[in-house]
Design a protein around this ligand. Structure first.
Ligand code: ZN
Length: 58
């Protein structure tokens, strides 16, 4: 099932929505977005958990 992550759930004020065919793809795209848009070079483990919790079925 396709998954979707609203970046604004984690980064207030950001209206980017990351979509992927599964959690792995959303995480990969999310990491890329965090790097380019938010300057987060590598996502710390506690944030990975928050991201995983914020990923919803599309
Ligand atoms: Zn964002």
């Amino acid at each position: 099932m396709a998954k979707v992550l609203k970046c604004g759930d984690l980064m207030p004020g950001c209206n980017v929505v990351v979509e992927g065919k599964d959690v792995t793809e959303v995480m990969r795209k999310g990491a890329e977005h965090a790097k380019t848009a938010h300057g987060i070079a590598s996502i710390p483990p506690d944030m990975v958990k928050k991201i995983q919790a914020a990923i919803k079925d599309k």
